[in-house]
Design a protein around this ligand. Structure first.
Ligand SMILES: Nc1ncnc2c1ncn2[C@@H]1O[C@H](COP(=O)(O)OP(=O)(O)OP(=O)(O)O)[C@@H](O)[C@H]1O
Ligand SMILES: Nc1ncnc2c1ncn2[C@@H]1O[C@H](COP(=O)(O)OP(=O)(O)OP(=O)(O)O)[C@@H](O)[C@H]1O
Ligand SMILES: [Mg+2]
Ligand SMILES: [Mg+2]
Lengths: 165, 171, 165, 171
């Protein structure tokens, strides 16, 4: 049991280090066991240092920085324990446009090996998808599907949609 | 192996029969708040066997059946079928397609108020058989292959012991 | 003490009903005490029915619908207990573009009576502000302020920023 | 009455002196992840007296002092001044501007490792006097006039009793 845990821990830690450095443009990240001698008696911390900053506890990072750390940890696990398909439901909600793009680009690369479904409200992320599915309801609470949605039909705020000002 | 189609009948905010076809690569899903995006994820989780009804945001499984909307009548059952492309025979079944179907039907006989049925390509089955088949494809409801809405912030907020347990489950 | 509580409860409940109906385009919302006879022995629930749907527990609503309910509750309290200034820090993170605009429009109206600061990553919300302040760091972790940011300088995904595709 | 300026010196990710001027209406604040937007809100909360250091995302108040960044030397103190426009005399002080200043200074003498100072228009003061002055303007750190990042989802997730307590605090 202990050996099995250490095999998973060091593999996921290695993945996490690489993925976090990639998505944060050069930051350092690693996993740390509270009690390395007997891991089941302590917990596990995620340590991350965004580029250009001192190492901090993840609690002190910003909302978006935490999001990127958590996503890197998830990608690290997915690489170790591959599956036929993956779903991300608004995982970009804390991310700014640039980081939302970075996340989507990463998914795009992985989608050559497995199927990915990503729910998002942000064009920055949606533009990387091969296909787009629209989900809507006409004010009556009934879900309708638009199978082949065109990315340009998504109206974002800067396009004058009968501007309310 | 990939998920070709999600067929939903009277499942949550889906009234009647609605199918979502998927490609094998990268599919984006978008739409207004409350339109039913996460309900599609719940439909998939419903079939692959969530550890609890809380994971599909339902007090109990009866909450999964279309409730009729503002003025309509609630449906008496809901059904979800996941259609997997099995041409690479990842699942040890001799068909190019594997249909996994789960049904919840209102029932006055049971004290919980419903009965639950499982089918593989139309033949009666059990959740356990579903889980065995899905494990060949690395699909499980407790793994990190499905990141539900809000899960990302959960990873940072959880305690150190809970976080260690994630890796233990994989081992 | 009981009387004081009931005065607050009925005023905030009234505000909530009105605000929620406004921001949700006609939904119904109200506050419900678990134990109306002795309120301090029970809790308080928020009940909301989005337009065209049956009444549901707020746990069963979608992420964005929950966000709108919570914001309405906050606005209802702010109307009862006015303050000289208010701050909203990425309160639109679950909202789609339309609801982010609705939230910002509501803040714009209230800003004639009090000062409002809104942190947001979404143009849909930022375009309603009188002034815009940019906060940035040049990869060295040091915060710099751009006092008069121009809304058009915020590059959203659909503008080709050296498009990565 | 409105907040005219937030003056920060070596507070969190602010190195040296940085001031943010504000108008009396609706101001939007935007910028990349981790650039320091929420730190400005924390600076305001630091002065108006948060109930705990956790509310300003600090393990203890020493975490509020600029830590030097990747290779630099940490600062020895941080200072935040909130400049309020008081021409309508909402605060019972005979000046057009009220400057509320709070300082944290590293100190070897105290066992907690720092000393904390409060000033009103340059004169020594206390947190209690700050809270009294701010209450004239309806500003308090426990009220809902400051909705921190993530607070919105908190309202829905909290238990029914905690939610009732919100209204009790206002009464
Ligand atoms: N049994 C049911 N019958 C009818 N409607 C239901 C049922 N169960 C859930 N719903 C409705 O489904 C809606 C939630 O949909 P869902 O969570 O999928 O939205 P979403 O598209 O993910 O939105 P968001 O972008 O806000 O996350 C809620 O409004 C809820 O009332
Ligand atoms: N004492 C300190 N010295 C230096 N940097 C600090 C200090 N305290 C916090 N920080 C840094 O400030 C950053 C967080 O900034 P902040 O939370 O304001 O970002 P933000 O602009 O709100 O981002 P987001 O959009 O992701 O919410 C973190 O990277 C953290 O390391
Ligand atoms: Mg959703
Ligand atoms: Mg922030």
């Amino acid at each position: 049991k202990r050996d099995g845990f250490f095999r998973v821990f060091s593999a996921v830690n290695e993945n996490f280090r690489r993925v976090y450095s990639e998505v944060s443009g050069g930051g350092d990240g690693y996993l740390e066991l509270e009690n390395p001698d007997s891991p089941f008696e302590g917990g596990m911390h995620i340590i991350a240092r965004p580029r250009g900053k001192k190492v901090t506890r993840i609690e002190a990072l910003s909302g978006g920085e935490k999001g990127l750390v958590a996503l890197s940890f998830i990608f690290a696990i997915q690489e170790y324990d591959p599956s036929a398909f993956y779903i991300f439901d608004e995982a970009d909600q804390n991310l700014d446009s640039l980081n939302a793009e970075i996340m989507a680009r990463r998914i795009k690369i992985s989608s050559s090996r497995a199927q990915f479904l990503m729910v998002s409200l942000r064009k920055a992320a949606l533009k990387y998808a091969d296909d787009l599915i629209g989900v809507t309801s006409l004010g009556d609470g009934v879900t309708r599907i638009i199978q082949q949605l065109d990315i340009d039909s998504i109206v974002e705020p800067d396009e004058p949609e009968g501007s309310v000002e | 192996m990939y998920l070709k189609e999600v067929q939903m009948e009277n499942f949550k905010s889906v009234k009647g029969q609605v199918n979502v076809r998927l490609n094998s690569g990268f599919t984006g899903i978008t739409g207004p708040n409350g339109s039913g995006k996460s309900n599609i994820t719940d439909a998939i989780l419903f079939v692959i066997g969530p550890k609890s009804s809380k994971a599909i945001r339902a007090g109990n499984l009866l909450d999964l059946i279309w409730n009729g909307g503002e003025h309509g009548k609630p449906a008496d059952k809901c059904r979800v079928t996941l259609v997997f492309d099995n041409t690479d025979r990842t699942m040890p079944i001799g068909y190019d397609e594997v249909h996994l179907t789960r049904v919840i039907k209102r029932s006055k006989e049971n004290k919980q108020g419903y009965s639950s049925y499982f089918y593989i390509n139309g033949n009666k089955s059990t959740l356990k058989e579903f889980e065995e088949l899905l494990s060949y494809a690395g699909i499980s409801s407790s793994g990190y292959n499905i990141v539900q809405q809000g899960d990302v912030t959960g990873i940072v907020k959880m305690g150190a012991v809970e976080r260690r347990r994630i890796l233990e489950n994989i081992a």
